[in-house]
Design a protein around this ligand. Structure first.
Ligand code: DX5
Ligand code: ZN
Length: 230
């Protein structure tokens, strides 16, 4: 049993609805609804208006969501100073916390300190960012690695298949290096792209507009997972 999967018997991928596409006026009910629909985690997109040109949540929203719903909170920090904010999201109830490789910060130090503080830490790469040996060297410090399949900042964008060979490469490195690492993909995941992401080796599919834009949360979560709803 892995920490990112909720259903003991489930095989295949986990689904992490992004609350960015939920109805913010009834966030607690939306989280409960996707939980009832079989979601494994809740993906929380934190944007600071600097690293990306959009603003979303502070830790108080994460705290309320954590209190309202017992799914693990997967906090994706799109902020310029993750070292300043990550501990506050952890304290608010985050399970996993990812931050961007593109930042000129001490990634190693932050990964180590988050793990020591009890988080499941990880890195994120944008579509235009290649994987390299420096990233491979940091994977033992990560519990999760997020590959973006859209440019971060907004939901509802088209899937960029540049993410797929990165997932394959990460899966290869994970096997070769004997790592315990969840591989996650985020952006433009829908009925057509989910099978591609699964085939490339994703463990967690993030989905915002496809899940919350659906009339049938249970059906779409099952479909993204590659299972029929019944
Ligand atoms: C984009 C966010 C995504 C976004 C995904 O910056 O990281 O999590 O909510 O939304 P969709 O699934 O609509 O592309
Ligand atoms: Zn995200």
């Amino acid at each position: 049993m892995t920490w990112w999967r909720r259903v003991e018997a489930a095989d295949g991928v986990a689904v992490a609805p992004s609350i960015l596409s939920a109805d913010a006026a009834k966030l607690g009910a939306e989280c409960a609804a996707v939980r009832a629909a079989g979601a494994d985690l809740l993906h929380v997109d934190v944007m600071d208006g600097h690293f990306v040109p959009n603003l979303t949540y502070g830790p108080h929203v994460a705290r309320s969501v954590a209190a309202a719903c017992d799914l693990p909170l997967d906090c994706h920090l799109m902020v310029e100073d993750p070292a300043a904010y990550a501990p506050r999201f952890l304290e608010a109830g985050a399970t996993s916390i990812t931050f961007h490789w593109e930042l000129e910060i001490d990634h190693r130090e932050l990964l180590e300190s988050l793990r020591q503080a009890g988080a499941r830490p990880g890195l994120v790469v944008n579509p235009s960012t290649p994987l390299d040996s420096r990233i491979r060297d940091l994977l033992p410090l990560c519990d999760i690695f997020l590959v973006m399949s859209v440019h971060p900042g907004f939901s509802g964008q088209s899937f960029d298949p540049v993410a797929l060979p990165k997932l394959q490469k990460l899966r290869q490195w994970r096997n070769e290096d004997g790592l315990d690492l969840a591989l996650e993909i985020d952006g433009g995941i829908d009925r057509e792209t989910a099978p591609q992401a699964r085939a490339a080796g994703a463990d967690i599919l993030v989905s915002g507009s496809t899940v919350f834009g659906s009339e049938d949360y249970q059906g779409i979560v099952a479909e993204l997972r590659g299972q029929s709803a019944n």
